[in-house]
Write a protein that binds this ligand. Structure first.
Ligand code: NI
Ligand code: MN
Length: 225
């Protein structure tokens, strides 16, 4: 399994032949100007909610790659109206088998409006169940007790927002990791905008004091967590 960080909450996961791309927001992110969205691989595009900083490049990448869209039903319908019919519409608590992996749509405490103001349904996150281990991409969320439900998936790692203001900050993300029982966290949703700019040394120290590994790959970097 390989993970590539494309900035903000956009993460690529390669497992077997599948390239999962979460929350593509690249062309609008000045920090990710070195990423060419036309070369980002995707067999599946997963959208946690409808906000522009999670979906901005989804249409272009879905149309270029023919990847399958995985999201809630409202977001899949919104893309179907744009001609993107290959999708897996889900809702909170559901799990489905996509062959090379299984996916669950999990809770998030956030909001979800599409860029044009349409309803983006309920926001969520994803648990991906693979032969190489199970992982979580939390989308945008605050800390919530329901995160304890993820412990039973024996997560290999979790991608958690740490930037505060719009989501939980790093101190709450440490608590989230404890709820989930994960010892490795990939930090996301930080430093993209002034409101989510954080003290990275303080974030590293907070995770270190809880004996949780915080991975902060550079934009464009591929790691094997
Ligand atoms: Ni959001
Ligand atoms: Mn966001």
């Amino acid at each position: 399994m390989k993970l590539t960080f494309y900035g903000h909450s956009c993460i690529g996961i390669q497992t077997g032949d599948a390239h999962l791309l979460f929350d593509p927001f690249i062309s609008g992110n000045p920090l990710a100007e070195n990423i060419d969205i036309d070369s980002v691989p995707a067999t599946h595009v997963l959208l946690s909610h409808g906000h522009g900083d999670h979906v901005a490049d989804a249409e272009a990448i879905l149309k270029r790659t023919g990847a399958m869209l995985i999201s809630n039903a409202e977001i899949c319908d919104w893309y179907a109206a744009k001609g993107i019919k290959r999708s897996t519409p889900m809702n909170i608590g559901g799990e489905t088998d996509l062959g090379s992996f299984r996916v669950r749509f999990t809770m998030a405490q956030h909001s979800s409006t599409m860029p044009d103001g349409a309803s983006g349904g309920d926001p969520g996150g994803f648990v991906i169940l693979t032969g190489e281990g199970n992982i979580h991409h939390a989308g945008d969320t605050g800390l919530m007790l329901d995160m304890q439900l993820l412990k039973r998936h024996a997560l290999r790692f979790a991608c958690l927002p740490i930037g505060d203001n719009y989501t939980m900050g790093f101190a709450d993300a440490v608590e989230a990791a404890k709820f989930m029982g994960v010892d490795t966290v990939v930090g996301m949703h930080y430093n993209t905008f002034p409101a989510i700019t954080i003290d990275l040394e303080a974030a590293k120290a907070a995770f270190a004091s809880a004996n949780i590994q915080l991975l902060l790959p550079a934009i464009g970097e591929t790691i094997k967590p």
